[in-house]
Design a protein around this ligand. Structure first.
Ligand SMILES: [Zn+2]
Length: 292
């Protein structure tokens, strides 16, 4: 018995040393999402978003990855607001990098808890970090939690995407954008009835790769080819010359009726949808690491 246990333990160590990733769990991603949503509305300037930042940093610290804070002041129509992107880096050896991103703030609306819009991206990113922990990487993998995605008032070029605009500029200045093979942003990916937009501004080669991986894993029903433009946190990176993609399901409830309403609650989400996204992204990271 002891001998067998030892062999199994050594096999587990050998697997970890070779960078075998843990499986992404949709149930765990849903639990992380619920923890965020239970804080209530999480717009910038709220006590709840301060608590969520502490939860995100606490969970990321368990992965052993270096975590950095990109704090800045958002110039909003309602005046200056303290904002903070949170970034975990799983280090590789190639000098190249891959970023998986999403937002954790919620739209400032009375009673709006953003289970899908703000919550689902937070949950998937936390579970991705847990799944990436302890594996040897070829490329650096960044897991990025954007603040300030939502408009404080009406969506305009200057009242939206505060966090991604800030980081795209910072990463242009420090050279990180040049290292990126790809940046994939996720938003509103928890809907039980998951149907992603074949987002038309996104880098075509990256979109093709992700859709092919999804199809090969049997997720073609969620990854359809309905084309359309969606402005989201990938756009500042596209503008900075990064090969970027947005994964968003912008058909949430009948005629998108749950979007930015009190109907955006946990009961509309499923672990299966979160697991679909996480499983595809883990495989896409592997495929990207094989590319030059
Ligand atoms: Zn939103």
């Amino acid at each position: 018995m002891h001998g067998k246990t030892l062999i199994l333990t050594l096999a587990a160590i050998a697997m970890a040393a070779h960078g075998e990733a843990k499986t992404f769990s949709g149930a765990a991603a849903l639990d992380y999402t619920r923890r965020a949503v239970e804080l209530g509305p999480r717009p910038d300037g709220s006590a709840a978003i301060v608590k969520l930042r502490a939860i995100i940093k606490g969970e990321l610290s368990k992965t052993g990855a270096p975590v950095t804070s990109d704090a800045f002041t958002g110039a909003t129509p309602d005046g200056p607001v303290a904002m903070e992107n949170i970034i975990a880096r799983f280090p590789g050896t190639s000098g190249r990098a891959i970023a998986i991103t999403g937002h954790y703030d919620t739209k400032k609306l009375a009673g709006f808890v953003g289970a899908n819009d703000g919550g689902s991206s937070t949950g998937v990113l936390l579970e991705m970090a847990a799944a990436l922990a302890g594996t040897a990487r070829k490329d650096d993998v960044y897991i990025v939690f954007f603040d300030g995605e939502e408009a404080v008032r009406q969506w305009t070029a200057t009242d939206s995407l505060y966090g991604s605009r800030h980081l795209a500029e910072k990463w242009s200045a420090d050279g990180t954008n040049l290292k990126l093979k790809a940046l994939i942003n996720i938003d509103m990916i928890g809907d039980k009835d998951l149907h992603l937009v074949y987002e038309s501004q996104s880098a075509a080669s990256l979109r093709k790769l992700v859709w092919e991986v999804a199809g090969s894993l049997g997720f073609g029903d969620a990854f359809r080819f309905r084309d359309g433009p969606v402005d989201d946190d990938h756009v500042p990176f596209l503008n900075a010359g990064v090969r970027a993609l947005d994964l968003i399901d912008f058909d949430y409830g009948p005629n998108n009726a749950y979007w930015h309403t009190k109907e955006d609650t946990m009961d509309k989400l499923s672990a299966r949808s979160l697991e679909t996204i996480g499983t595809v992204l883990m495989k896409v990271i592997e495929e990207l690491e094989r590319q030059k």
